[in-house]
Write a protein of this length. Structure first.
Length: 406
């Protein structure tokens, strides 16, 4: 819970810093007038007080699914993004305004106009540009951000991909795995949202269901209800899961125990062999490892593929469940396919910027005979918004022949 309170502090501090800047940029008149200054300080204090209350409630006391205050909690988190975006706009507008002011000064001085005339013109033009740029961008961007981002948060896609597995036994040709990841069960992914996902999973009739981490968002109080919801998941070859970094924030032992109580097999540096129709047997290994951030968080040993595969036939191909895709660089020599999540596809992937920041964002990657698939997942972290990163359920068919996606 300490990490949740730290995040709440960061969130509300951001509001406290950005709200006055945005208000001054958008409010006409002199921002230094005493009355205006007092009003702005009072407004800032009111906004921060509401934000503190909503964040602390959302991260400690809010029921599974968020309860009646879910909208307020979401509004606080979305406001942080919007105000931070506004701050960036103000900076850009200020720079443009200063450039315009310099141009005005040069033009005026070339006409031999006095400095006392030039300075007010420069300042008024700079203020007008700041207000116009910020207000215009927010007037256009905020509705697009809110309508598109909030709507796409629950508008999940169902994808089917086919992945080649070198050495896949003929009797396992066409074996299907349905991957879920980054559910972030809690305030914004409750019974309604996860129920719709499970309904779609049931219709896909996969041989196995695999959940690649971040099952809970952060609150251990939500574990019983989250596992009650997940207990509906069924597959002939069972439901299998690993832990992600948020499960470690929640409490890995409690999450793993909850998974077992829901009939879900947790693989924490462990594995099993699969036979025809997903039954136990020889020929294909399903392995799962701990999250790479576990040692840093201080709640786990981290991924140990050697321990997970101890006693297994080294000639059997391996399908590895690993929450963070960065592990692929270290294990690709030993796995045929790694299934990951963690990235949310960027979640707010404006202009595809996530692709320039992360080595693996979403989709299928190939390195020789090894494949990595990174799913955009289901839930959200922080603000309940997705842009250019729709949530998804993925059905993966294994083949010994070719690789193609649709």
């Amino acid at each position: 819970m300490a990490s949740s309170l730290v995040i709440s502090l960061i969130t509300t501090s951001t509001l406290a810093l950005t709200f006055p800047v945005a208000a001054r940029a958008l409010r006409p008149g002199s921002p230094v007038a005493p009355r205006a200054g007092r009003s702005l300080r009072l407004a800032t204090l009111a906004v921060v007080a509401v934000a503190v209350a909503a964040e602390v409630y959302g991260r400690t006391l809010a029921p599974f699914g968020g309860g009646p205050l879910r909208g307020l909690i979401g509004a606080v988190r979305v406001s942080v993004l919007l105000l931070f975006g506004c701050l960036l706009l103000v900076v850009v507008a200020e720079l443009l305004g200063r450039a315009l002011g310099v141009a005005t000064w040069v033009a005026a001085r070339s006409r031999m106009l006095p400095v006392e005339y030039v300075t007010p013109v420069m300042e008024s033009r700079r203020a007008l540009l700041t207000q116009a740029t910020t207000a215009g961008a927010l007037a256009v961007g905020a509705p697009v951000f809110l309508r598109g981002g909030l709507w796409s948060r629950t508008d999940f896609e169902v994808r089917t991909i086919e992945v080649a597995i070198a050495g896949l036994p003929a009797e396992l040709e066409g074996l299907t795995l349905v991957q879920l990841t980054d559910l972030h069960l809690g305030v914004f992914t409750g019974y309604r949202e996860i129920g719709a996902v499970i309904d779609r999973v049931e219709g896909l009739r996969g041989d196995l269901v695999v959940i690649t981490g971040d099952i809970l968002d952060h609150n251990p109080r939500h574990i019983p209800e989250a596992m009650r919801a997940l207990s509906r998941l069924r597959a002939r070859g069972g439901v299998h899961a690993i832990l992600g970094n948020h499960d470690h924030y929640t409490g890995p032992a409690k999450v793993a125990q909850g998974l077992r109580s829901a009939g879900i097999r947790a693989h924490i540096n462990g594995s099993m062999s699969l036979g025809p129709d997903g039954a136990s047997g020889r020929g294909l290994i399903l392995a799962g490892v701990d999250d790479v951030m576990a040692p840093r968080i201080g709640t786990g040993v981290g991924p140990d593929l050697a321990a997970a595969l101890r006693g297994r036939d080294p000639d059997d191909p391996v399908v590895l469940l690993a929450h963070n895709p960065v592990l692929f660089d270290d294990v690709q020599h030993r796995v045929a396919l790694q299934l990951s999540g963690h990235t949310h596809g960027g979640q707010i992937n404006t202009l595809g910027v996530a692709g320039s920041l992360l080595p693996y964002v979403s989709g299928l990657y190939r390195r020789g005979d090894a494949s990595l698939f990174v799913s955009r997942g289901i839930g959200t972290t922080g603000p309940p918004v997705r842009l250019n990163a729709a949530p998804e359920i993925v059905r993966i068919a294994l083949t010994g022949r070719t690789t193609r996606a649709s």
